[in-house]
Structures are given as C-alpha cells and as structure tokens.
Design a protein around this ligand. Structure first.
Ligand code: C5P
Length: 222
C-alpha cells in the first residue's frame, strides 16, 4: 500500500544537464546524469502527485506516468519552466543548468585552422530564480552542488534566488552526487537544517519528497 499523500499536487521538476551548442557538432555541458531529478519525479508520482519532468538530454527512461518535456539548451529549459510554472504547486529545480551559452553559435563546423581559438560566452537566465519571480509562485526547491563551504553557499542561494528550500550536496565527497547512484543531502529552509544520510538516490528522493511536502503544508497552512 502506497500512501497517496501528494494527491491534488502538481510537481514540476527540472532534471539533467543542458547542452549549449558551439557549432552543429559540438557543445558545452556537464556530468549531470539526471538520476536525482528522475528519482524525485518517481517518488512524487508514487505519492500521488501529477508530475511534469522538464529534462535535458539523459540516458535514463522517464518514470511511467509523468509528463516528459524534453529540452536541450538552458534557454529551452527556461522557456518550458516559465510555461509550466502556472500549473505547479511545487517546483523542484534539480537540473544542472549551464551557467553560460555560446554567444554566436557557428552555422558550420569550426575548422582547426588556428593554434588558438576563443569562444565568447554569455550568461544564461537563472531558471529557478525567474520561476520564483513569476506571478504564480509555487513552493520552490533548489539544489546546490558545492565542493566547499556547502552551508554558506547553499544558504546564499536560498536567499538570493528566493527559494523555500535548498537541498545541498557535497560533490567533492566520493561516491555521491554527479553521476553516482548514491547521494547524501542537507536540506535548508530559512530556519531548518535537515540531514538526509548517504543512500541510493531512490531512497534519498523518497525522504526528500516527504520533507518537501511537510514544509509545503506548513507554509500553506500558515
Ligand atoms: O548553478 P547554481 O549552483 O546556482 O544552482 C543552484 C540552483 O539553481 C539549482 O537548483 C539549479 O537547478 C538552479 N539553476 C537554474 N538555472 C540556472 C542555474 C541554476 O534553475 N541558470
């Protein structure tokens, strides 16, 4: 028996990396596998939520029953996130969005004619920060992958991006975080700090979804 405690809620989740094209055959990206975001989508579905998964390119299947919105670039993810936010009760930003995109994407494959080359980059929109500025502001959870001063940087992002919760993981620790099957998280609200110990991402996601809901209910019954 699975408790459908999220019945009536609509979770919009971003997951995976983004790809920023350099030319028709090359791109800039990162090591995000999408596993954490997909595990959250799965756990939210199991708990009875309607789930929209806005995903960058990954090699894992979407959980059955979710609405999958596939994107490639940060700009596309930004556009889809702002489209779906109006339906969301909860927005979870798990995607590892590229901070910069290529200023001028080459129409043709760039030739290796020069010893040196430079690519100009421009900053991408901050998706979760823009979701937090939308007229219909859902309950918002961000992620912070840090290698040092984890609490300091995570709390900074919580405040600056105007989030309700932030889930921090220390990606410098072996056996957790990017690409790994396991993760450990510390969840911060403006007042709380809750540890989710190292475990399989499916188990971590199940605990995280329940904790997000507890904070969501506390906020919405204030
Ligand atoms: O990249 P950063 O550490 O600032 O990411 C923190 C949070 O902000 C994450 O939840 C990430 O998904 C989100 N983010 C975003 N759009 C960006 C950069 C980050 O939604 N352009």
């Amino acid at each position: 028996f699975v408790d459908k405690y999220l019945q009536g809620q609509h979770w919009v989740i971003t997951a995976g990396p983004t790809r920023e094209a350099i030319d028709p055959v090359r791109y800039i990206s990162n090591h995000s596998s999408g596993k954490m975001g997909y595990a959250i989508a799965h756990a939210a579905l199991r708990a009875g939520a309607q789930v929209t998964l806005i995903s960058g390119p990954v090699n894992i299947p979407a959980p059955a029953g979710c609405e999958l919105v596939q994107v490639t670039s940060a700009e596309q993810m930004h556009q889809q996130a702002l489209t779906y936010v109006s339906q969301a009760t909860t927005f979870v930003a798990c995607a590892a969005v590229a901070d910069y995109r290529v200023a001028n994407i080459a129409d043709e494959k760039i030739k290796k004619d020069n010893e040196h080359m430079q690519i100009a980059l421009v900053k991408n929109h901050d998706i979760v920060a823009d979701v937090a500025k939308s007229a219909h502001k859902p309950f918002i959870v961000g992620f912070a992958a840090e290698t040092q001063n984890v609490e300091h940087y995570a709390r900074g992002k919580l405040m600056r991006k105007n989030l309700d919760l932030i889930a921090a993981n220390d990606v410098a620790k072996a056996g957790q975080g990017f690409n790994s099957d396991d993760n450990a998280l510390t969840l911060y609200s403006a007042i709380d700090k809750i540890e989710i110990p190292l475990a399989n991402k499916q188990i971590v996601a199940k605990q995280l979804v329940s904790l997000i809901n507890q904070h969501y209910l506390a906020k919405n019954t204030e």
